[in-house]
Design a binder for this molecule. Sequence first.
Ligand SMILES: O=c1[nH]cc([C@@H]2O[C@H](COP(=O)(O)O)[C@@H](O)[C@H]2O)c(=O)[nH]1
Ligand SMILES: [Mn+2]
Length: 302
Amino acid sequence: MSESIRVADFVREAIAARRPVVALESTIFTHGLTRPRNVEVALDAEQRLRDSGVVPATIGVVDGTPTVGLSEQQIRMLGADDFPVVKLGLRDLPVAAAKGWHGGTTVSATALLAHRAGIAVFATGGLGGVHRGASSTFDESADLVALATLPILVVSGGVKSVLDIPATLERLETLGVIVVGYRTPRFPGFYVRDSGCDVDAVESAQQAAEVARARDGLGLRSAVLVGNPVAAEAQIDPELHDRVLAEAERAAVETGMRGKALTPFLLDHMHRATEGRSLETNVAVYRGNVAVAAEIALALVA
Ligand SMILES: O=c1[nH]cc([C@@H]2O[C@H](COP(=O)(O)O)[C@@H](O)[C@H]2O)c(=O)[nH]1
Ligand SMILES: [Mn+2]
């Protein structure tokens, strides 16, 4: 039996020295982004963190072992063409361990592993949520329930507009997840800046850090979700967005796409139907979130 969680020395040392650390997920580059941009984007996110004085800890599963602080070589391996890598949510980790799988960890699995390793801040592209039609399919991302019990701070571009955003916000409220907008009173819609839903705004990284500290002071065990809108010039034209999304949903129904294959299918469909525009937006969302997470991690150790 292998060790339950491997924490790389550089991560362990940074946490012990109270240096700022930001966790990064791996599903975004194993199953979210198209190749070969995926590995480039993953390594670029790490470099941006280092450039702002923050230690990156990309999290994934290698040979069944959940690993906090993947090496560059491991990131290249998990993101390589034709490499057998499984999309792993929280509940998949024990099966992956027993079977020795390689895996990209989703927000739910990454949040657990980051928290266990002692990391307080985590950057992702977009969180999973309640899928449209969930009242009959029950398809709601495990990300939501995971965030209800993991006291971490996640920076996300909101939830993807392929989801039912108002329903997702209702579920987050029920689950006690603390939701704020980063310098905006509107919850972002990932590909677009404004989902049309209201949230409380935090005005700075310091204020976001204050929210996390106050949560800890109260002994609350839920996550803080910081919704950070994509830069205005990078959002997809809302009209194009709505049209392409409707097509993607139709294609998903027609091909009977469901379960954990649904989110990657919808993303891939959007990428192709917008001739790569949505991929560029996805990358811009992620970069923006990494930058905000770095500032919050710095504020938390200040
Ligand atoms: O920009 C992205 N954000 C998020 C994801 C992934 O999609 C997962 C949600 O999948 P599901 O809906 O199957 O729970 C998230 O946790 C995350 O890992 C992605 O690929 N690309
Ligand atoms: Mn699902």
